[in-house]
Ligand binder design. Structure first.
Ligand code: NAD
Length: 374
């Protein structure tokens, strides 16, 4: 089996699906590894480092045409995908539902595509869970961005010249990114409040030394293990519960998402305008429409009554070395499963890895993506 790692086509995203460390692991499993020229450059890995760990360096023009299994982080450009051979496989964070242009090319080419976003969130699949690995990096980076943009220090400081109160941070959504954001903000000394619709999140929030903001009326029916969209009344109750905390916040970190849906709107225009001057909203949900009503879908930073609203799509890309190291390990675990089947890819119906299928031999098998294309 030949695994071919592509250079990112996104100038703002230098993540790569293999590191010299994972190339060594893959080649030990008898997998032939090709890496596109310069693919690891922006994540800190030279072509020579890949060669030393057993990979072959392949020019960009050839990579997709030669690949049995091509691996990217973000969806490759449709032009480059058009070189893929029928029956070959693409693996990546392929943005199911959203990246329709990518999917159209995959269908035309008769390619099979596995979306890392579709890895089941169960303990068995945890080593392949790229959404979690990237969300952890994103939550950390979001807090550093906030700390760098607000006009005050994060920690409490008691000096002979007087006391400086700690920054107040509100984290919306307590999944993987939110938990990492809370932990990072606490480590920097901020006073943190957090909210989620899942009741289980309250205990996790408190265990990190932060306060949980309850929404009156939200039950496990809305929260449960995975969040659902709140009805209008509960959404209003949530705005009311959050408003006094947001009005005091120096930074709000938005991480709330509902898989396959538009991100929930948790911050209204009025809530942002009530924030103190010099404060910031970092919206990690920007790509899915944003948690903040003022988040610019084009990614531009806006300023409203002295509060900056910063959309940060794919925040993990801002730490390409670490994000790539984690993603590469997720991919290596997947590759070990793909390779262990006597040359046959274990992607049939009923087989566990079948859950990752976005497209099988040119047919879109992921329902929501098929509907988005129709
Ligand atoms: P996510 O990125 O899909 O969403 C982030 C958070 O936003 C979630 O906690 C969600 O409940 C919350 N949210 C949604 N709507 C909201 C609203 N209206 N208001 C406030 N918050 C809202 O989440 P995630 O990081 O993928 O994690 C989701 C769940 O999956 C969590 O329970 C997490 O513990 C679990 N998980 C399990 C595994 C595993 O078992 N392998 C791995 C990762 C995550």
């Amino acid at each position: 089996m030949r695994l071919s790692f592509a250079r990112s086509d996104d100038p703002a995203d230098g993540r790569v699906g293999a590191t010299p460390e994972t190339v060594s692991v893959l080649t030990r499993h008898g997998i032939r590894v090709e890496v596109e020229t310069g693919a690891g450059e922006r994540a800190g890995h030279s072509d020579d480092a890949y060669i030393e760990s057993g990979a072959e360096i392949v020019p960009g023009a050839d990579l997709f045409a030669r690949a049995d299994i091509a691996v990217s982080v973000v969806p490759p450009s449709p032009d480059r995908l058009a070189a893929m051979a029928e029956g070959s496989v693409l693996v990546g964070l392929l943005r199911p539902v959203h990246a329709v242009d990518t999917v159209r090319v995959l269908v035309e080419r008769g390619v099979t595509a596995l979306a890392m976003e579709l890895v089941p969130r169960t303990s068995r699949f945890q080593p392949m869970d790229a959404l979690s690995s990237q969300a952890g990096v994103a939550g950390y980076k979001a807090v550093l961005m906030a700390a760098d943009r607000i006009d005050k220090m994060f920690p409490l400081s008691m000096t002979a010249a007087g006391t400086v109160r700690p920054a107040e941070v509100v984290v919306l959504g307590v999944g993987v990114a939110g938990l990492q954001a809370i932990a990072t903000a606490r480590r920097l000394g901020a006073a943190v409040k957090a909210n989620d619709v899942r009741a289980a999140a309250a205990e996790e929030v408190r265990s990190l030394g932060a306060d949980f903001v309850h929404i009156p009326g939200v039950t496990d029916q809305e929260g449960g293990a995975y969040a659902r969209m709140l009805g209008e009344d509960l959404a209003r109750a949530q705005h009311e519960a959050l408003a006094p905390h947001v009005a005091r916040a120096d930074a709000v970190i938005c991480t709330a998402q509902i898989p396959g849906r538009r991100a929930p709107r948790l911050l209204t225009e009025e809530m942002v305008e009530a924030m103190p001057p010099g404060s910031v909203v970092i919206d990690l949900a920007a790509e899915d429409g944003g948690n903040c009503a003022l988040t610019d879908p084009g990614g531009e930073v806006g300023e409203y009554g002295g509060t900056r609203v910063v959309p940060v799509p794919q925040a993990a890309r801002l730490l390409p070395r670490e994000a790539s190291a984690l993603y590469a390990r997720n991919v290596a675990h997947l590759a070990e499963h793909l390779a262990g089947q006597d040359g046959r890819l274990p992607l049939g119906s009923g087989e566990e890895l079948g859950a990752l299928l976005l497209v099988r031999d040119g047919e879109v098998v992921h329902g929501p993506t098929a509907r988005a294309l129709a």
